[in-house]
Design a protein around this ligand. Structure first.
Ligand SMILES: [Zn+2]
Ligand SMILES: [Zn+2]
Length: 128
């Protein structure tokens, strides 16, 4: 369950930047953008706030090839990752995520969230 907490100025700045893009940026990238608005913010603060917001259900934290990426879109959607240019593209079909949860067959395990990743080549990389 998502607990509604008042967001700090730092969290609001991080969230509004994340909502403005669909590129699933890394913490370092978010830091460099949010720093333009809040020059005194530190990378450690950005890391801590991102982790807390992911835990509170405000954002998604995705681990891809050893790096964390963040997403303000918390709806059930899938991520297509281009293995050539590393772009992460959203695929919105909640039935896929729901099906993945319904089809899990481990006794006593109750899935609450599915992260579905598809790997391949994007349109631009397939045509070059
Ligand atoms: Zn690509
Ligand atoms: Zn996404």
């Amino acid at each position: 369950m998502v607990v509604k907490k008042r967001l700090t100025k730092q969290k609001r700045a991080i969230l509004s930047y994340l909502k403005s893009v669909h590129t699933h940026p890394s913490a370092e990238h978010i830091y460099s953008e949010v720093k333009k608005e809040l020059p005194l913010i530190s990378l450690a603060t950005v890391y801590r706030n991102l982790s807390q917001m992911a835990q509170d259900g405000h954002i998604l934290k995705l681990e891809l090839e050893g790096e964390y990426h963040f997403d303000a879109d918390v709806s059930l959607h899938q991520h297509c990752i281009c293995t050539k240019c590393k772009k992460i593209i959203d695929n919105h079909d909640s039935t896929i995520s729901i099906l993945a949860m319904q089809k899990s067959k481990i006794q006593g395990f109750h899935p609450t969230r599915a992260q579905v990743f598809l790997q391949g080549t994007c349109f631009e990389c397939s045509n070059n």
